[in-house]
Design a binder for this molecule. Structure first.
Ligand SMILES: [Zn+2]
Length: 677
């Protein structure tokens, strides 16, 4: 039998990695899709009247084999891929989108869902069931299921145009990014750059068979140059090239595309009965409405602006000593770095011996134990996809099995960059069984060498805690329905557990548990940690203003500003939208929106605010721990009962209020960021 079609529900039957061969994937996908289709038919062919149980609940438990298989396959495609797997991904992706389209457009199924939805007041459903019903109904309605045929056609046309336009937007940004290069032939032009950056510039030149050095608009080349290069003329040239991307009235210009996208998104929202695109998006967010996002942003802006202006003046004064009369955008990163060095002189390398990977992961386990009573036991009997992966069995204080936990720490060929949490099996309850999850974190940390163990940078330490926070959200899940379990929450709520966990990395009481020199065992000097804290907050007012400016620009484009029909000048619109948050003089030949890929290419439209939103949440939540003790069991239990175990079973704001007692306040963030003085 195909190993991918076997079930694995308990700790002792996990994903059968060692039996899987690439040839198994395609047939397994075909069989699993067939099975999922049959499960849907089973719902729609039922001659009994639609009920919550025979329709909504059944729908949520349908396609289980397919979901599990997709998890295995796409997780491997990220963590342990090769050409063959990538080719299979290309082949199965259309099958999967065809299948999900079939469900979305299945009128018989929608009619049953709608029939249950229309009776929802009389069904005496639990909160979780109400949430599930709402979610299932909206997954159809938000895609046009309630529209008449003419409007359905219209919607499909808009969607097609939008997907073409965002693709074109991205291609233009890429083309413009690649079209520029700064070719330097005199080493003096690279003065100030660290050796690594110089080396990379030399390699880039060599690749194009050029002498000297090449600087490009790709971040790994652009950012170091803007941060360290002493040559102000070159920094200006590079910054202006970066800011002019897709705003040069050539064939890669994005101005018309931006206008078209916002108009079509607006039209789409109206067609579905929403006032604006932002209203449409925010319906499924913790923030709920554009008004709330605007209020949230303006409130923070008002409080952070004095600090930002103070910092800007401080930075300007510092640059004046260098003869800079008026601080410009291309001076920002450069003088910030210089001033930071002068103020802190932080040596990141000196910290690494205190953060041996094994100690840090143990620290995370101890903290999870002190807070939630969890025990992590490394075991060898769980099948893995690579020998470097570590496997754990997680139990609670009563010894009950809670979760399987995989941890995959080091970079290798076939693993994509970054760090992430994922799962091989979600948690759910059915027929008196609470089926526990299989959770994984994947990272790219500093590898051990022959003479040294893996010693983490502080940034890697917080990354580990971040992913571990997501993992706890997955492991501690305790819901009935799989689609509401664990991290299946609105995405402006999903970073709460992860960012919250990071806070423990800065606390003496927590660091004392694990941050010990790997050779001498001496505890980390707290003044070093304080330095990290202070330097992390350096120029935080300016940073806050910058983040808020992007979020506000996004909201202006998608609903809070004038109606998209009347906007006809991208630059003018943007200038207006950025008016309250501007620190540096505007650069006339530059435009942010034409290269703002987050909102015009990717899925962040009306969502950019969530970065700050998540920070406010985690600071406010951690403040509660600080008030009651960072290892306070009752506070931890409130977090567990109301947030970590609850997944997406209720409105995030209600879950949060049950944990915290109030709605989140931005005071804790302002205090943590040193912006209250
Ligand atoms: Zn995260």
């Amino acid at each position: 039998m195909n190993p991918l079609l076997q079930t694995f529900n308990t700790p002792h039957t996990t994903a059968p990695f060692s039996q899987i061969e690439n040839k198994h994937f395609k047939p397994a996908f075909k069989a699993a899709i067939k099975k999922a289709k049959a499960e849907i038919d089973d719902i729609t062919d039922n001659s009994e009247a639609p009920t919550f149980k025979n329709t909504i609940e059944k729908l949520d438990f349908s396609g289980y084999t397919l979901d599990r298989l997709s998890s295995i396959f796409f997780n491997l495609n990220s963590a342990e891929t090769n050409d063959e797997i990538q080719k299979i991904a290309q082949e199965v992706s259309p099958l999967l989108s065809e299948f999900s389209n079939d469900i979305r457009l299945n009128e018989k199924l929608f009619n049953r869902v709608k029939s249950v939805y229309d009776q929802r007041e009389n069904l005496e459903l639990s909160v979780e069931q109400t949430t599930l019903l709402d979610k299932k109904y909206k997954s159809f309605a938000r895609n046009g299921a309630n529209l008449n045929d003419t409007d359905k056609t219209k919607l499909r046309e808009i969607d097609m145009k939008l997907s073409k336009l965002s693709l074109q937007f991205g291609e233009n940004v890429l083309a413009e990014t690649n079209a520029f290069q700064l070719h330097l032939t005199d080493e003096i032009q690279l003065k100030g750059l660290p050796d690594g950056a110089k080396e990379a510039a030399k390699m880039a030149a060599k690749e194009k068979e050029l002498d000297g050095w090449l600087i490009t608009l790709d971040y790994p080349s652009y950012i170091p140059f803007m941060t360290y290069a002493d040559d102000i003329t070159l920094r200006e040239k590079l910054a202006k090239a970066f800011g002019a991307r897709a705003f040069q009235n050539n064939k890669h210009d994005n101005q018309q595309i931006v206008l078209d996208i916002v108009k079509l998104r607006h039209e789409r929202a109206n067609l579905l009965g929403y006032k604006t695109h932002a209203h449409f998006v925010l319906e499924e967010r913790m923030a709920e409405t554009p008004d709330k996002v605007i209020k949230f942003s303006n409130d923070l802006l008002e409080k952070a602006k004095p600090a930002a202006e103070r910092e800007f003046k401080q930075l300007s004064d510092f640059a004046k000593k260098d003869g800079i009369e008026k601080l410009q955008k291309w001076d920002g990163a450069y003088y910030s770095e210089k001033l930071k060095k002068q103020n802190f002189n932080l040596d990141q390398e000196a910290l690494k011996p205190y953060f041996k990977l094994e100690n840090v992961i143990d620290g995370a386990f101890i903290i999870a134990n002190r807070l939630f009573g969890l025990q992590f036991k490394e075991v060898q009997n769980i099948d893995k996809y690579h020998k470097e992966v570590k496997t754990y069995e997680v139990t609670n204080a009563n010894g009950d099995f809670i979760s399987v936990f995989y941890a995959d720490f080091f970079p290798r060929k076939g693993k994509r960059n970054g760090a992430w949490m994922t799962s091989y099996k979600s948690q759910w309850k059915k027929d008196n069984e609470n089926s526990r999850p299989h959770i994984s974190i994947v990272c790219n940390f500093t590898k051990p060498t022959e003479t040294k163990p893996s010693l983490l940078t502080f940034n890697e330490v917080t990354t580990l805690f971040h992913e571990f926070g997501h993992a706890l959200h997955g492991m501690l899940a305790n819901t009935v329905y799989p689609s509401l379990s664990g991290t299946s929450v609105y995405w402006d709520f999903v970073e709460l557990p992860s960012q919250l966990l990071e806070n423990w990395c800065y606390e003496k009481e927590a660091l004392d548990l694990f941050a010990k020199h790997y050779l001498t065992n001496e505890p980390i000097p707290m003044e070093m940690v304080q330095k990290i804290k202070d330097s992390a907050n350096f120029l935080e007012g300016m940073q806050t203003l910058r983040q808020l400016s992007f979020g506000l620009l996004d909201m202006q484009w998608h609903g809070a500003g004038e109606s998209p029909e009347t906007i006809n000048n991208v630059k003018e619109f943007e200038l207006n939208a950025l008016d309250d948050t501007r620190l540096y003089p505007d650069v006339a030949e530059n435009c942010m929106s034409t290269a703002f890929s987050h909102i015009f290419q990717g899925g962040y439209s009306s969502g950019y605010y969530s970065y700050k939103w998540a920070e406010v949440l985690d600071a406010d939540a951690f403040e509660y721990f600080k008030e009651t003790g960072i290892f306070n069991k009752e506070t931890a239990k409130k977090l567990l009962d109301n947030v970590l175990s609850q997944g997406g079973t209720d409105k995030p704001m209600d879950l949060y209020k049950r944990f915290r007692g109030n709605e989140p306040s931005n005071e804790a963030l302002l205090k943590r960021a040193g912006l209250t003085k």
